[in-house]
Design a protein around this ligand. Structure first.
Ligand SMILES: *Cc1c(COP(=O)(O)O)cnc(C)c1O
Length: 361
Protein backbone atom coordinates (compact mmCIF):
# COMPACT_ATOMS: atom_id res chain seq x y z
CA UNK A 1 0.00 0.00 0.00
CA UNK A 2 1.41 3.36 -0.99
CA UNK A 3 1.70 6.06 1.65
CA UNK A 4 -0.79 8.51 0.16
CA UNK A 5 0.01 11.22 2.71
CA UNK A 6 3.63 11.15 1.60
CA UNK A 7 2.49 11.96 -1.93
CA UNK A 8 0.62 15.07 -0.82
CA UNK A 9 1.69 18.68 -0.93
CA UNK A 10 3.04 19.21 2.62
CA UNK A 11 0.69 22.14 3.32
CA UNK A 12 -2.30 19.93 2.42
CA UNK A 13 -1.08 16.79 4.21
CA UNK A 14 -1.46 18.61 7.52
CA UNK A 15 -5.22 19.12 7.00
CA UNK A 16 -8.26 17.12 8.07
CA UNK A 17 -11.51 17.08 6.04
CA UNK A 18 -13.83 19.87 7.28
CA UNK A 19 -16.73 18.60 9.36
CA UNK A 20 -19.26 21.25 10.43
CA UNK A 21 -20.83 18.65 12.78
CA UNK A 22 -24.37 19.35 11.66
CA UNK A 23 -26.30 16.72 13.57
CA UNK A 24 -30.00 16.64 12.70
CA UNK A 25 -31.74 18.79 15.30
CA UNK A 26 -35.07 20.59 15.65
CA UNK A 27 -33.39 24.01 16.01
CA UNK A 28 -30.12 24.73 14.21
CA UNK A 29 -28.49 27.94 15.46
CA UNK A 30 -24.94 26.85 14.64
CA UNK A 31 -24.02 28.35 11.25
CA UNK A 32 -25.22 31.99 11.28
CA UNK A 33 -27.75 31.35 8.55
CA UNK A 34 -30.88 33.45 8.13
CA UNK A 35 -33.32 31.06 9.82
CA UNK A 36 -36.32 33.12 8.64
CA UNK A 37 -35.70 32.11 5.04
CA UNK A 38 -36.73 34.27 2.09
CA UNK A 39 -39.81 36.49 1.93
CA UNK A 40 -42.32 34.50 -0.14
CA UNK A 41 -42.48 37.07 -2.96
CA UNK A 42 -38.69 36.80 -3.41
CA UNK A 43 -38.87 33.04 -3.22
CA UNK A 44 -41.41 33.04 -6.05
CA UNK A 45 -39.17 35.22 -8.24
CA UNK A 46 -36.18 33.01 -7.46
CA UNK A 47 -38.11 29.89 -8.47
CA UNK A 48 -39.25 31.53 -11.71
CA UNK A 49 -35.64 32.51 -12.49
CA UNK A 50 -34.54 28.91 -11.91
CA UNK A 51 -37.10 27.63 -14.39
CA UNK A 52 -35.49 29.72 -17.15
CA UNK A 53 -31.95 28.41 -16.63
CA UNK A 54 -30.49 26.63 -19.66
CA UNK A 55 -28.88 23.74 -17.85
CA UNK A 56 -27.33 22.22 -21.00
CA UNK A 57 -25.16 25.35 -21.38
CA UNK A 58 -22.13 26.38 -19.36
CA UNK A 59 -22.75 29.30 -17.04
CA UNK A 60 -21.31 32.74 -17.82
CA UNK A 61 -17.90 32.68 -16.09
CA UNK A 62 -18.03 36.16 -14.58
CA UNK A 63 -21.79 36.24 -13.94
CA UNK A 64 -22.35 39.52 -15.83
CA UNK A 65 -26.01 39.89 -14.84
CA UNK A 66 -25.28 39.43 -11.18
CA UNK A 67 -22.17 41.56 -11.38
CA UNK A 68 -24.18 44.44 -12.88
CA UNK A 69 -26.85 44.04 -10.18
CA UNK A 70 -24.17 44.24 -7.45
CA UNK A 71 -22.45 47.20 -9.15
CA UNK A 72 -25.75 49.10 -9.19
CA UNK A 73 -26.23 48.51 -5.43
CA UNK A 74 -22.93 50.21 -4.65
CA UNK A 75 -22.81 52.76 -7.44
CA UNK A 76 -19.66 50.91 -8.53
CA UNK A 77 -18.28 49.80 -11.88
CA UNK A 78 -18.74 46.09 -12.72
CA UNK A 79 -14.94 46.00 -13.21
CA UNK A 80 -14.66 46.49 -9.41
CA UNK A 81 -16.67 43.34 -8.67
CA UNK A 82 -16.13 39.60 -8.83
CA UNK A 83 -18.53 36.85 -7.79
CA UNK A 84 -17.43 33.58 -6.20
CA UNK A 85 -18.78 30.20 -5.16
CA UNK A 86 -19.39 31.56 -1.67
CA UNK A 87 -17.15 34.10 0.01
CA UNK A 88 -14.91 31.21 1.01
CA UNK A 89 -13.82 30.64 -2.58
CA UNK A 90 -12.88 34.31 -2.95
CA UNK A 91 -10.78 34.17 0.25
CA UNK A 92 -8.99 31.13 -1.16
CA UNK A 93 -8.47 32.80 -4.54
CA UNK A 94 -7.05 35.91 -2.89
CA UNK A 95 -4.37 33.82 -1.16
CA UNK A 96 -3.83 31.83 -4.35
CA UNK A 97 -3.29 34.99 -6.43
CA UNK A 98 -1.40 37.12 -3.92
CA UNK A 99 0.03 34.66 -1.38
CA UNK A 100 2.51 31.82 -1.72
CA UNK A 101 5.89 31.10 -0.23
CA UNK A 102 7.47 34.19 1.29
CA UNK A 103 4.16 36.07 1.56
CA UNK A 104 2.99 37.09 5.01
CA UNK A 105 -0.68 37.12 6.00
CA UNK A 106 -1.82 38.94 9.15
CA UNK A 107 -4.71 37.33 11.04
CA UNK A 108 -6.53 38.71 14.11
CA UNK A 109 -7.68 35.78 16.26
CA UNK A 110 -10.06 34.82 17.63
CA UNK A 111 -11.66 35.02 14.19
CA UNK A 112 -12.94 32.97 11.24
CA UNK A 113 -10.60 29.95 11.01
CA UNK A 114 -10.72 29.79 7.20
CA UNK A 115 -8.14 32.58 6.72
CA UNK A 116 -5.31 30.73 8.43
CA UNK A 117 -6.35 27.44 6.87
CA UNK A 118 -6.37 28.73 3.29
CA UNK A 119 -3.35 30.98 3.73
CA UNK A 120 -1.29 28.03 4.97
CA UNK A 121 -2.59 25.81 2.21
CA UNK A 122 -1.29 28.45 -0.21
CA UNK A 123 2.06 28.35 1.60
CA UNK A 124 1.81 31.82 3.15
CA UNK A 125 3.30 32.58 6.56
CA UNK A 126 0.52 33.58 8.95
CA UNK A 127 1.25 36.04 11.76
CA UNK A 128 -1.32 36.45 14.52
CA UNK A 129 -2.11 39.89 15.89
CA UNK A 130 -4.49 38.79 18.66
CA UNK A 131 -7.57 40.77 19.59
CA UNK A 132 -8.02 42.16 23.11
CA UNK A 133 -8.68 39.12 25.33
CA UNK A 134 -11.77 40.68 26.98
CA UNK A 135 -13.30 43.09 24.46
CA UNK A 136 -12.05 41.34 21.27
CA UNK A 137 -11.25 44.75 19.72
CA UNK A 138 -8.40 44.63 17.20
CA UNK A 139 -5.02 45.75 18.51
CA UNK A 140 -4.80 48.85 16.31
CA UNK A 141 -1.14 49.88 16.89
CA UNK A 142 0.14 46.30 16.50
CA UNK A 143 -1.95 45.77 13.38
CA UNK A 144 -0.68 48.99 11.75
CA UNK A 145 2.91 47.98 12.49
CA UNK A 146 2.54 44.42 11.14
CA UNK A 147 0.52 45.46 8.09
CA UNK A 148 3.41 47.66 7.01
CA UNK A 149 5.37 44.44 6.31
CA UNK A 150 2.61 42.10 5.13
CA UNK A 151 1.29 40.95 1.76
CA UNK A 152 -2.30 40.55 3.01
CA UNK A 153 -3.87 41.84 6.24
CA UNK A 154 -7.26 40.39 7.15
CA UNK A 155 -9.81 42.22 9.32
CA UNK A 156 -13.29 40.81 9.86
CA UNK A 157 -15.95 43.34 10.79
CA UNK A 158 -18.30 42.49 12.39
CA UNK A 159 -15.94 39.71 13.50
CA UNK A 160 -16.96 36.06 13.52
CA UNK A 161 -17.33 34.68 16.21
CA UNK A 162 -17.10 37.68 18.52
CA UNK A 163 -19.49 40.14 16.81
CA UNK A 164 -16.97 42.98 17.22
CA UNK A 165 -17.02 45.92 14.82
CA UNK A 166 -13.79 47.64 13.71
CA UNK A 167 -14.12 51.42 13.21
CA UNK A 168 -14.14 52.55 9.59
CA UNK A 169 -11.62 55.30 10.40
CA UNK A 170 -9.23 52.57 11.50
CA UNK A 171 -9.76 50.55 8.30
CA UNK A 172 -8.81 53.65 6.32
CA UNK A 173 -5.68 54.17 8.43
CA UNK A 174 -4.82 50.49 7.98
CA UNK A 175 -5.09 50.68 4.18
CA UNK A 176 -2.74 53.67 4.21
CA UNK A 177 -0.23 51.88 6.46
CA UNK A 178 -0.35 48.49 4.72
CA UNK A 179 2.39 47.37 2.34
CA UNK A 180 0.03 44.95 0.63
CA UNK A 181 -3.69 44.25 0.40
CA UNK A 182 -6.21 44.71 3.22
CA UNK A 183 -9.04 42.17 3.14
CA UNK A 184 -12.05 43.53 5.04
CA UNK A 185 -14.50 40.67 5.50
CA UNK A 186 -17.99 42.16 5.85
CA UNK A 187 -19.97 38.91 5.72
CA UNK A 188 -22.27 40.25 8.47
CA UNK A 189 -22.27 43.97 7.67
CA UNK A 190 -26.01 44.06 6.85
CA UNK A 191 -26.69 43.48 10.56
CA UNK A 192 -24.31 46.16 11.83
CA UNK A 193 -26.05 49.40 10.90
CA UNK A 194 -22.56 50.83 10.39
CA UNK A 195 -20.85 52.32 7.33
CA UNK A 196 -19.22 49.78 5.03
CA UNK A 197 -15.58 49.86 3.93
CA UNK A 198 -16.92 49.91 0.37
CA UNK A 199 -17.22 53.70 0.84
CA UNK A 200 -13.38 53.80 0.91
CA UNK A 201 -12.84 51.96 -2.37
CA UNK A 202 -12.19 55.08 -4.45
CA UNK A 203 -9.32 56.23 -2.31
CA UNK A 204 -7.79 52.88 -1.15
CA UNK A 205 -6.57 50.84 -4.15
CA UNK A 206 -5.27 48.07 -1.84
CA UNK A 207 -8.66 47.56 -0.14
CA UNK A 208 -10.54 44.30 -0.80
CA UNK A 209 -14.06 44.08 0.63
CA UNK A 210 -15.76 40.69 0.89
CA UNK A 211 -19.54 40.29 1.12
CA UNK A 212 -21.81 37.25 0.90
CA UNK A 213 -25.43 36.35 0.20
CA UNK A 214 -25.19 33.47 2.70
CA UNK A 215 -26.18 35.41 5.79
CA UNK A 216 -28.61 38.37 5.50
CA UNK A 217 -29.92 37.21 2.11
CA UNK A 218 -30.75 33.66 3.15
CA UNK A 219 -28.80 32.01 0.31
CA UNK A 220 -26.19 29.91 2.14
CA UNK A 221 -27.16 26.89 0.05
CA UNK A 222 -26.64 28.69 -3.26
CA UNK A 223 -22.99 29.60 -2.45
CA UNK A 224 -22.67 33.18 -3.65
CA UNK A 225 -20.14 35.69 -2.35
CA UNK A 226 -18.57 38.73 -3.95
CA UNK A 227 -15.60 41.02 -3.65
CA UNK A 228 -15.41 44.75 -4.32
CA UNK A 229 -11.91 46.03 -5.04
CA UNK A 230 -9.77 47.94 -7.50
CA UNK A 231 -10.11 46.53 -11.06
CA UNK A 232 -6.46 45.39 -10.94
CA UNK A 233 -7.24 43.21 -7.89
CA UNK A 234 -10.40 41.92 -9.58
CA UNK A 235 -8.37 40.97 -12.68
CA UNK A 236 -5.94 38.98 -10.52
CA UNK A 237 -8.83 37.13 -8.86
CA UNK A 238 -10.40 36.51 -12.28
CA UNK A 239 -7.13 35.06 -13.56
CA UNK A 240 -6.83 32.35 -10.89
CA UNK A 241 -10.48 31.37 -10.56
CA UNK A 242 -12.02 28.20 -11.93
CA UNK A 243 -14.03 29.57 -14.86
CA UNK A 244 -17.33 27.84 -14.06
CA UNK A 245 -17.25 27.83 -10.28
CA UNK A 246 -20.47 29.84 -9.95
CA UNK A 247 -23.17 27.66 -11.42
CA UNK A 248 -26.07 28.90 -13.54
CA UNK A 249 -28.78 28.13 -10.93
CA UNK A 250 -26.97 30.12 -8.26
CA UNK A 251 -26.38 33.05 -10.58
CA UNK A 252 -30.06 33.14 -11.52
CA UNK A 253 -31.29 32.90 -7.93
CA UNK A 254 -28.82 35.48 -6.66
CA UNK A 255 -29.78 37.96 -9.36
CA UNK A 256 -33.47 37.54 -8.56
CA UNK A 257 -32.83 37.90 -4.82
CA UNK A 258 -30.63 40.99 -5.10
CA UNK A 259 -33.03 42.73 -7.47
CA UNK A 260 -35.60 42.49 -4.65
CA UNK A 261 -33.17 43.00 -1.78
CA UNK A 262 -35.34 45.73 -0.26
CA UNK A 263 -37.74 42.92 0.75
CA UNK A 264 -35.10 41.68 3.20
CA UNK A 265 -34.87 44.86 5.24
CA UNK A 266 -37.78 43.93 7.51
CA UNK A 267 -36.21 40.53 8.32
CA UNK A 268 -32.79 42.07 8.92
CA UNK A 269 -34.32 44.64 11.31
CA UNK A 270 -36.22 41.86 13.06
CA UNK A 271 -33.04 39.80 13.46
CA UNK A 272 -31.22 42.82 14.96
CA UNK A 273 -34.12 43.42 17.35
CA UNK A 274 -34.14 39.75 18.34
CA UNK A 275 -30.35 39.82 18.78
CA UNK A 276 -30.60 42.65 21.29
CA UNK A 277 -33.52 41.04 23.09
CA UNK A 278 -31.78 37.64 23.21
CA UNK A 279 -28.57 39.25 24.49
CA UNK A 280 -30.47 41.03 27.29
CA UNK A 281 -32.27 37.83 28.29
CA UNK A 282 -29.15 35.67 28.23
CA UNK A 283 -27.29 38.29 30.29
CA UNK A 284 -29.84 37.67 33.07
CA UNK A 285 -28.76 34.02 33.40
CA UNK A 286 -26.49 33.22 36.31
CA UNK A 287 -22.95 32.41 35.26
CA UNK A 288 -23.41 33.42 31.62
CA UNK A 289 -21.44 36.22 29.95
CA UNK A 290 -22.60 37.64 26.62
CA UNK A 291 -20.60 40.00 24.40
CA UNK A 292 -22.17 42.88 22.46
CA UNK A 293 -22.64 41.85 18.81
CA UNK A 294 -23.09 43.77 15.56
CA UNK A 295 -23.88 40.55 13.67
CA UNK A 296 -26.64 37.89 13.61
CA UNK A 297 -25.06 35.79 16.37
CA UNK A 298 -23.96 36.12 19.98
CA UNK A 299 -20.82 34.88 21.64
CA UNK A 300 -21.44 33.66 25.19
CA UNK A 301 -19.26 32.18 27.90
CA UNK A 302 -20.65 29.58 30.30
CA UNK A 303 -18.97 27.24 32.78
CA UNK A 304 -18.49 23.74 31.28
CA UNK A 305 -19.36 25.06 27.82
CA UNK A 306 -18.72 21.80 25.99
CA UNK A 307 -21.03 19.95 28.33
CA UNK A 308 -23.68 22.66 27.99
CA UNK A 309 -23.35 22.38 24.19
CA UNK A 310 -23.89 18.59 24.41
CA UNK A 311 -26.89 18.98 26.69
CA UNK A 312 -28.45 21.53 24.32
CA UNK A 313 -27.97 19.13 21.42
CA UNK A 314 -28.86 15.84 23.04
CA UNK A 315 -31.43 16.99 25.59
CA UNK A 316 -33.10 19.89 23.76
CA UNK A 317 -32.39 19.21 20.05
CA UNK A 318 -30.77 22.65 19.74
CA UNK A 319 -27.47 22.98 17.90
CA UNK A 320 -25.19 25.95 18.58
CA UNK A 321 -21.49 26.29 17.76
CA UNK A 322 -19.01 24.91 20.29
CA UNK A 323 -15.91 27.13 20.30
CA UNK A 324 -14.72 26.07 23.74
CA UNK A 325 -11.56 24.48 22.32
CA UNK A 326 -10.49 27.54 20.30
CA UNK A 327 -7.63 29.69 21.53
CA UNK A 328 -8.93 32.75 23.41
CA UNK A 329 -12.49 31.37 23.45
CA UNK A 330 -12.31 29.01 26.41
CA UNK A 331 -15.83 28.01 27.48
CA UNK A 332 -17.42 29.98 24.64
CA UNK A 333 -20.40 29.07 22.49
CA UNK A 334 -21.73 30.97 19.48
CA UNK A 335 -25.48 31.21 19.12
CA UNK A 336 -27.06 32.32 15.83
CA UNK A 337 -30.00 34.66 16.32
CA UNK A 338 -33.07 32.81 15.09
CA UNK A 339 -36.81 33.40 14.98
CA UNK A 340 -38.57 34.52 18.19
CA UNK A 341 -39.58 30.91 18.90
CA UNK A 342 -36.07 29.59 18.34
CA UNK A 343 -34.59 32.29 20.56
CA UNK A 344 -37.12 31.61 23.32
CA UNK A 345 -36.29 27.89 23.12
CA UNK A 346 -32.54 28.38 23.43
CA UNK A 347 -33.00 30.87 26.28
CA UNK A 348 -35.26 28.49 28.20
CA UNK A 349 -32.94 25.54 27.56
CA UNK A 350 -29.87 27.43 28.76
CA UNK A 351 -31.73 28.71 31.82
CA UNK A 352 -32.69 25.16 32.67
CA UNK A 353 -29.21 23.70 32.12
CA UNK A 354 -27.49 26.45 34.10
CA UNK A 355 -29.99 26.27 36.98
CA UNK A 356 -29.99 22.50 37.29
CA UNK A 357 -26.56 21.38 36.25
CA UNK A 358 -24.14 24.27 36.66
CA UNK A 359 -21.05 22.18 37.31
CA UNK A 360 -21.88 19.35 34.94
CA UNK A 361 -22.85 16.86 37.66
C1 LIG B 1 -20.06 33.05 6.48
C2 LIG B 1 -18.78 33.81 6.34
C3 LIG B 1 -18.18 34.05 5.10
C4 LIG B 1 -18.64 33.60 3.76
O1 LIG B 1 -19.45 32.55 3.72
P1 LIG B 1 -19.89 31.93 2.30
O2 LIG B 1 -21.07 31.13 2.67
O3 LIG B 1 -18.72 31.15 1.80
O4 LIG B 1 -20.20 33.10 1.42
C5 LIG B 1 -17.04 34.82 5.06
N1 LIG B 1 -16.51 35.30 6.17
C6 LIG B 1 -17.04 35.09 7.38
C7 LIG B 1 -16.40 35.70 8.56
C8 LIG B 1 -18.19 34.33 7.50
O5 LIG B 1 -18.68 34.08 8.72
Amino acid sequence: MRDIKALMRPSAAALEPYDPRFTPVAINLSANENTYGMPSSVRDSALRALADVQINRYPQPLAPGLRAEIAARYGADPAQIIVGNGGDELIFNLFLAFGGEGATVIDCPPTFSIYRLYAELCECTVIDVPRHPQTFAVDEPALLAHAAQARITVVTTPNNPTGTLAPLSFIEELCDAAAGLVLVDEAYMEFAGAPSATTLLGRCPNLVVLRTLSKAFALAGARIGYVLADPAVIDALAAVRQPYSVNAFSQAVAEAVLSESACFSATVSKICEERDRLAAELAQLDGLTVWPSAANFLLVRVPQAHRVWERLRDGCSILVRDLSQACGLEDCLRITVGTPNENAAVTAALADILANDPEGE
